[in-house]
Design a protein around this ligand. Structure first.
Ligand code: IMP
Ligand code: MG
Length: 187
């Protein structure tokens, strides 16, 4: 699915052309499915949803409203990209949740898995704190990993080999506010 922008959305993007890859309705339908699946996966126990900022902020807020059970919410801030479109390979944890993780079911919410480096780093860090379980829900996955990360339990959509923006994802902090997911590399 790929379509041109309305003039209104083009204005929102600035000068650079962006192709729609996943539109608002498609995203909303998938997020509702993921919410149902997560609800069913945790019939009991304490659920802590950890959103990886900033990229997951829109997905996270839509997703938690589709999870029909008690939960706590916190954030993680990791930085692995500068202003470029290629991973710098450095993962820094800029904010770490204060909440004790011991015995809790953790769901890490991420925007996109590219090289998987950020997620692998985080998993090592969080698993050391003895949570009851850890699973990852990523909106997008570029499917570049030869061996999938075992904790990757939910993926919204397989991502095309492009640089994606919108619905929380940025390029040098631009485009996060787009209501759809678009491709910046075609333009
Ligand atoms: P990884 O460590 O290579 O898997 O990179 C993951 C992080 O890089 C994601 O959390 C995003 O913030 C960012 N990223 C990777 N690919 C894209 C993309 O296509 N668009 C926007 N951000 C991306
Ligand atoms: Mg991110």
């Amino acid at each position: 699915m790929s379509s041109q922008l309305t003039p209104e959305m083009q204005r929102r993007c600035g000068g650079r052309p962006v192709q729609v890859v996943f539109d608002e309705a498609t995203i909303a339908k998938r997020v509702a499915e993921l919410g149902r699946e997560i609800t069913e996966a945790y019939p009991d126990g304490e659920l802590l949803v950890l959103g990886l900022l900033k990229g997951s902020f829109i997905f996270l807020s839509d997703l938690v409203r589709q999870i029909d059970r008690p939960l706590h919410l916190d954030f993680l801030v990791a930085s692995s990209y500068g202003t470029g479109m290629v991973s710098s390979g450095t993962v820094r944890l800029l904010y770490d949740p204060e909440t004790p993780l011991e015995g809790k079911h953790i769901v890490i919410v991420e925007d996109i898995i590219d090289s998987g480096r950020t997620m692998k780093h985080l998993l090592t860090l969080l698993k050391a704190r003895q949570p009851g379980s850890v699973a990852v829900c990523s909106l997008l996955d570029k499917q570049l990993l030869p061996t999938p990360i075992p904790e990757m339990r939910w993926v919204g959509f397989p991502a095309p080999p492009a640089f994606l923006v919108g619905y929380g994802l940025d390029h040098a902090e631009d485009y996060r506010h787009l209501p759809f997911i678009g491709d910046l590399t075609d333009g």
